[in-house]
Design a protein around this ligand. Sequence first.
Ligand SMILES: [Zn+2]
Length: 345
Amino acid sequence: MEQQLQGLKAEALEKIAAAANVKQLNEVRVAYLGKKGPITDLLKGMGKLPAEERPKMGALVNVVREEVTTELESRMAILEEQATREKLQKETIDITLPGRPVNVGNAHPLTRVVEEIEDLFLSMGYEIAEGPEVEKDYYNFEALNLPKGHPARDMQDSFYITDDVLLRTHTSPVQARTMIEKKGQPFKIICPGKVYRRDSDDATHSHQFTQIEGLVVGEDIRMSDLKGTLSLFAKKMFGDDREIRLRPSFFPFTEPSVEMDISCFKCGGEGCNVCKKTGWIEILGAGMVHPNVLEMAGYDSKRLTGFAFGMGPERIAMLKYGVEDIRHFYTNDTRFLQQFLRTEL
Ligand SMILES: [Zn+2]
């Protein structure tokens, strides 16, 4: 019987060693240590032994069972670890795969142009003034020397809400409001904002667009101050070697009125497609504030004078970035907007 037991043990250990995975090893466990296994059978058969041999045999069976169990457990630990490792290997994340792109927002090109202009004028001591986009006819026209029936009103077809209320056609009403607010005191402001005009949208026209106007009122403000300010602006926005030229023009709220051109930043004045072969690019309108406008806002036009200028950030952005259609600014096509991600102004 003892021989039989040693034989079983050797057989069991051999099968344990040969088990290739957890499943096979469990089969070995059931086969040798289970209730119907040969070791259990041996224990059951002990009753047939002489009484004095029973304790010795019982102890022997227990030792063998103990040994087989220990061996089985240690093999089980190895196989389980192996299984875990294989599973992990199969599930490994491939860190060389490119990640999903994260969309990063950036400032709209018009916002960048407006902010750059604001920074320049803030550095010269100007304040930023804002006003309503739904405006009274009085501030939009009358206070700016454009009474009802004035022929210059035809220049700006407007969106009227009532007879007296409209979407502002320029940012000039902010100037009128500021002059009234300042009660005869000198000041320097720029007014950026959206404006609206009835226009057929095309590559260069939009029914909504952006303006920035500037207004300086004070003692002894002259045309030369205006010219110096605009020259500085042109160099800051379009390069240090920009020249400016002023041409006579007409605006109801300024006298005299001028248009400002800058020397072409692309060809340097020789003539190209950007400057339409003239060497000059029209940038903005300006002038000395009309005495009527000052008087209407309660200023003594004999004592204080001022200058004003107005420009379109769209036009500046189109020139700076070579944008050919104004509608690109408003359609929110990210393919257009993303081109300005790394553009340094
Ligand atoms: Zn040119």
